[in-house]
Design a protein around this ligand. Structure first.
Ligand SMILES: [Zn+2]
Length: 270
């Protein structure tokens, strides 16, 4: 599933192909994905002014509208020549000025899109309850500490709550907690401010490194067929149950929290 670093990589890969281009036509090969597709005729002739990201949503901005796209479980975008043959699982094709087109491919069709007003999109139900961006300035130790007060739930569960902070998926929560030396099952309200400062730094580092790793695949992403944007990660704990901790050689353990696998080192994390 595309996580925040993958979505950010997609955003960076698409920007040079879309910004400043206008939309010549939109072809929807089916009426719906996860939800009905919006009527995108209003975008004809409109110029893409920018592409941003909020949580795992891509946001293509036009003068009066924001085209919002979530990649779901298996969605991806491909930029290709405008008269390329329809790809397998291609559900939407947006033809751009300059001769290229943007194709949306999604085998499982859990992705979805919407057209929102450029002013006030923040109040839309997709966005209204979201916490801050993990790489943004408002996610810091003081903020996280405030959100942990009075919360007896496991820190990993809290970290994966999008109303606390967006985009910290299961893999990145495991890796960040390992880096910060915090046991994933520790109660959120039993962690010092100082240790939460380290956790914020760890979250930013882990996500930042994943984005940097994805950046090297941007060219592949822009041109090809095949899977885009999913890059090989070097995980320190995730998926390494019973293997030696890279710091202390203790065997990595696995436990299940909120239905998700957690990996941690019982010696390094407490
Ligand atoms: Zn260890």
């Amino acid at each position: 599933m595309p996580e925040l670093p993958e979505v950010e990589t997609v955003r960076r890969g698409l920007a040079p192909h879309l910004i400043g281009r206008s939309i010549e036509s939109v072809t929807c090969y089916r009426p719906d994905l996860r939800y009905p597709l919006p009527d995108m005729d209003v975008l004809y002739g409109k110029t893409c002014r920018g592409i941003s990201r909020r949580a795992k949503y891509l946001q293509f901005s036009f003068d009066h509208a924001l085209l919002v796209w979530h990649l779901g479980m298996s969605g991806c975008f491909r930029v290709q020549h405008g008269n390329a043959a329809k790809l397998r699982h291609e559900h939407v094709r947006i033809s751009l000025s300059g001769g290229e087109c943007l194709s949306y491919i999604d085998p499982r069709r859990f992705g979805y899109a919407g057209l929102l007003p450029i002013d006030g999109w923040q109040q839309h139900p997709w966005f209204a309850a979201l916490g801050p961006e993990p790489l943004g300035d408002s996610f810091d130790g003081e903020y996280l500490f405030s959100r942990c007060q009075g919360r007896k739930i496991a820190i990993k569960t809290l970290l994966m709550d999008a109303s606390v902070v967006v985009g910290v998926g299961n893999i990145y929560a495991c890796e960040s907690l390992f880096r910060a030396g915090i046991h994933p099952a520790r109660a959120a309200n039993r962690i010092s401010r100082q240790r939460l400062d380290l956790l914020v730094i760890a979250v930013r580092e882990v996500l930042g490194e994943a984005i940097a790793a994805g950046g090297s695949t941007i060219n592949d992403f822009a041109h090809v067929d095949g899977n885009p944007g999913y890059f090989a990660h070097n995980f320190q704990v995730y998926g390494r149950a019973s293997k030696a901790c890279l710091h202390c050689t203790t065997r990595i353990r696995r436990l299940v929290q909120s239905g998700r696998s957690t990996f941690y080192c019982p010696h390094c994390q407490h």
